[in-house]
Design a protein around this ligand. Structure first.
Ligand SMILES: [Zn+2]
Ligand SMILES: [Zn+2]
Length: 136
């Protein structure tokens, strides 16, 4: 099955699409080389086959921004799982919220995940759990 890969800039809210590639390796290489127009941005890769299938958080060593996750290669996350995680970040159920917070501390904390809302077709968000400076 053929896929198309897009480089996403998550420093914009919502994320913008910055390039189309035919393989994951090509997208990874372009990120490793650096995007001229997004030199200090938070980049990710989405894989589409018809609809979006997966979103990849690329290797930590090529990253220009601070994230909590560290991985040597691209870490791919299923789009359905990201949708579930986005829903879980908004729950009032403390058990689900605790699990979502733990999962979100890997590649997809709520603020970052929300930037994928156009890609994932997320329902409009209620503001996620607040940080210390939220709405100050
Ligand atoms: Zn950018
Ligand atoms: Zn990651």
């Amino acid at each position: 099955m053929s896929s198309t890969y897009y480089i996403l800039c998550l420093s914009h809210d919502p994320a913008t699409v910055e390039g189309e590639c035919h393989t994951a390796e090509e997208a990874e290489q372009r990120i490793a080389d650096g995007l001229e127009t997004h030199p200090n941005c938070d980049l990710a890769i989405s894989r589409h086959s018809g609809a979006v299938c997966e979103v990849g958080c690329h290797a930590s060593k090529h990253r220009k921004t601070n994230l909590r996750c560290y991985h040597g290669g691209t870490l791919w996350t299923d789009a359905d799982w990201l949708l579930l995680l986005a829903a879980a970040h908004q729950t009032t159920d403390p058990t689900v919220a605790a699990v979502a917070a733990r999962a979100g501390h890997r590649c997809w904390p709520p603020e970052r995940l929300q930037r994928l809302r156009l890609e994932l077709d997320l329902p409009a968000a209620v503001p996620p759990a607040r940080g210390p400076n939220w709405q100050d």
